[in-house]
Design a binder for this molecule. Structure first.
Ligand code: GLN
Length: 488
């Protein structure tokens, strides 16, 4: 048995029956990372000592059979925009290169309470802006299925790591597809949670009204186990929801027979890679065999998804990033500055990469007097139409199924010169965030030897239903179990 290849479910079984210790499991994962990550570059920081210290504590808990959760002793890592006390948190930006947060994000505290073992921080597009992980200020992450291809973005490091067995799960952040798109490109199961289901406290904000944290793991079962620990209201995040937390693991085995699955016709348009479309169609057939009712639905404002998403993103991101000016956090370039304004400008000029600067400038533009009504306000109004599209669709069905991305992973460098083409790869994933609804990416096949992901989209707080459908599909298929050669 190679411990780093275990799923959460399998590892939990071995840990609780004392066939393996958390220290052994964590050591195996760390050894595998040190061997494999030089090929992939998924990690910005690997926290060996901290990890082993937590693993020893987890082993104490396991020995005493006290307070054991499905995550006790399980090694995981997080996207580097989630604050970790005492452990560098960079957002893959030069401006935060040496920033060490004085506090933990709520999700980190919750996982620590559950006994999970944090092993490191993962590479991403700078501040979450990108779809390929090539906007990291440090290095590109490579897709473990083909090292010349991108892992997707912006949680590319997290997806690549989980696919290559470098950690049993990861936490990603999804503002406009950043969990689902890389999950699809790397053959990982990833859940974008309902806005407010998981606390954002300690998440370095990209778009405060879109951002959601969620699990990336080897199966829907494993995602359910992680969600169980991180979901729920947090008084430190006023937008977190007070609704009760279902028993996600218990819900998994409920039969899906009779559930209604909608196919949004606008998500099956020209331009989709043939192998992606055929994989999704086969998956739909599988759902039918599982007894689900399939029907076509329409989300008529889909074409406005991208413009609404990007306009609101530019506006909110430019406001959120205003706090990085060299005064309180991270990089400060004061040398030669004549006054404090100079210092702000120098720090931001040196600290931010080109994509971040582009979006800050566009944000200042869409919020400026004279353009505000035409762009920002208009986008917010159309955002309501996007939300209403989903509400109308969910009157006719329990979940929607669609491709995660129109293509499989593209080559490194293929889209870096053309931001618009890069933005277009987000076409199917961005509308859910303005609407706030959850969506689960599930591996469903291969096209040209690269993984294909489908997404299941549900109504607010229906993570239990999405996970149930994902689990039923994964119990009937084995796409999610396939691993790239480097994962051994
Ligand atoms: N591709 C999206 C963007 O560039 C991803 C954002 C995200 O979800 N963090 O904005």
């Amino acid at each position: 048995m190679q411990p780093h290849t275990l799923s959460i479910r399998e590892a939990h079984e071995l840990l609780t029956t004392k066939q393996i210790s958390s220290v052994e499991l964590t050591t195996a994962v760390l050894d595998h990372i040190h061997k494999t990550d030089p090929l992939i570059n998924a990690f910005v920081t690997i926290a060996d000592e901290l990890a082993l210290e937590q693993a020893r504590l987890a082993d104490q808990r396991l020995r005493q059979s006290e307070d054991i959760t499905p995550l006790t002793g399980i090694p995981f890592a997080v996207k580097d925009c989630i604050s970790t006390r005492g452990l560098r948190t960079t957002c893959s930006s030069k401006i935060l290169e040496n920033y060490i947060p004085p506090y933990n994000a709520t999700v980190i505290d919750r996982l620590s309470t559950a006994g999970a073992v944090l092993i490191g921080k993962q590479n991403m597009d700078e501040f979450g802006m990108g779809s390929s992980c090539e906007n990291s200020a440090f290095f590109d992450t490579h897709n473990p299925w083909d090292l010349e291809r991108v892992p997707g973005g912006s949680s590319g490091g997290s997806a690549a790591a989980v696919a290559a067995n470098m950690g049993l799960f990861a936490l990603g952040e999804d503002t406009g597809g950043s969990i689902r798109m890389p999950a699809g490109f790397c053959n990982v199961t990833g859940l974008k949670t309902t806005y407010g289901r998981v606390s954002r406290y300690g998440l370095i904000a990209l778009v405060s009204s879109f951002d959601s944290i969620g699990p990336m793991a080897r199966s829907a079962y494993d995602c359910a186990a992680v969600l169980q620990s991180i979901a729920g209201q947090d008084l430190k995040d006023a937008t977190s929801l007070p609704d009760p937390i279902p028993d996600y693991l218990k819900m998994l085995d409920k039969p899906v027979k009779g559930l209604r699955l909608g196919i949004p016709k606008e998500y099956f348009q020209a331009g989709m890679e043939a192998g992606v479309e055929s994989s999704i169609r086969e998956a739909i057939q599988k759902f039918e065999e599982l007894g689900m009712e399939i029907r076509e639905v329409s989300l008529p404002h889909t074409t406005y998804g991208l413009p609404v998403y990007y306009l609101v993103l530019f506006a909110e991101a430019s406001a959120n990033l205003a706090r990085f000016d060299g005064t309180r956090f991270g990089l400060s370039v004061a040398e030669g500055a004549e006054n404090v304004i100079d210092q702000y400008l120098q720090t931001r000029r040196e600290g931010f990469g080109p994509e971040v600067k582009r979006r800050i400038m566009l944000g200042a533009y869409v919020l400026s007097a004279g353009y505000y009504d035409a762009y920002y306000l208009k986008a917010q109004k159309v955002r309501t139409l996007l939300r209403q599209d989903f509400e109308a669709a969910f009157e006719q069905c329990d979940a929607l199924v669609a491709p995660t991305c129109p293509t499989t992973a593209f080559k490194l460098g293929e889209k870096t010169d053309d931001p618009l083409t890069m933005y277009l790869s987000d076409i199917y994933v961005v509308a859910t965030n303005p609407a706030g609804v959850p969506s689960l990416c599930v591996p469903c096949g291969f096209s040209n030897n690269m993984p294909v992901g489908m997404q299941l989209i549900g109504k607010h707080l229906s993570e239990d239903v999405l996970l149930q459908i994902g689990h039923a599909y994964q119990s009937a298929t084995d796409w999610h179990l396939k691993r790239p050669a480097v994962s051994k």
